[in-house]
Design a protein. Structure first.
Length: 116
C-alpha cells in the first residue's frame, strides 16, 4: 500500500505562486497514475490535474489550465503541482491521489489560501 504526504501549501496573495509536493512511501509510484484534487471551502472535492504513470500524458481542469503544471519524478517517488497566477477561487485543501488497478490512495492534504 502506498502512503502519500503533501506539502508546500500556505498563504499567498492573488497573482502569486506555490509549488505543492506529494511524496510517496511504501511502494514506488512508477506504475501509478497520479492526480491532484482540492476541497474548496463549502464545496465538494474537485479534480485539478492528473498524470499517467510515466508523465507522458497530463490532464487539467478547465479552471486551472494554463496556470497549473503537474510533473512527476518517479526516481524521487514524488509528484508536484506548480501553481501560478493564483486567485482566491484556488483556495482549498489540496490532496494527492494515486490510482492503480482501480484502487485509490489519498494523502491528508495541504491547505492553500489565496488572499485577494
Amino acid at each position: 500500500q502506498v502512503q502519500l504526504v503533501e506539502s508546500g501549501g500556505g498563504l499567498v496573495q492573488a497573482g502569486g505562486s506555490l509549488r505543492l509536493s506529494c511524496t510517496a512511501s511504501g511502494r514506488t509510484i512508477s506504475t501509478y497514475s497520479m492526480g491532484w484534487f482540492r476541497d474548496p471551502p463549502g464545496k465538494e472535492r474537485e479534480f485539478v490535474a492528473a498524470m499517467n504513470w510515466n508523465g507522458g500524458s497530463a490532464y487539467y481542469a478547465d479552471s486551472v489550465k494554463g496556470r497549473f503544471t503537474m510533473s512527476r519524478d518517479n526516481a524521487k517517488n514524488t509528484v508536484y503541482l506548480q501553481m501560478n497566477s493564483l486567485n482566491p477561487e484556488d483556495t482549498g485543501v489540496y490532496f494527492c491521489n494515486a490510482i492503480r488497478f482501480g484502487m485509490h490512495y489519498w494523502g491528508k492534504g495541504t491547505l492553500v489560501t489565496v488572499s485577494s
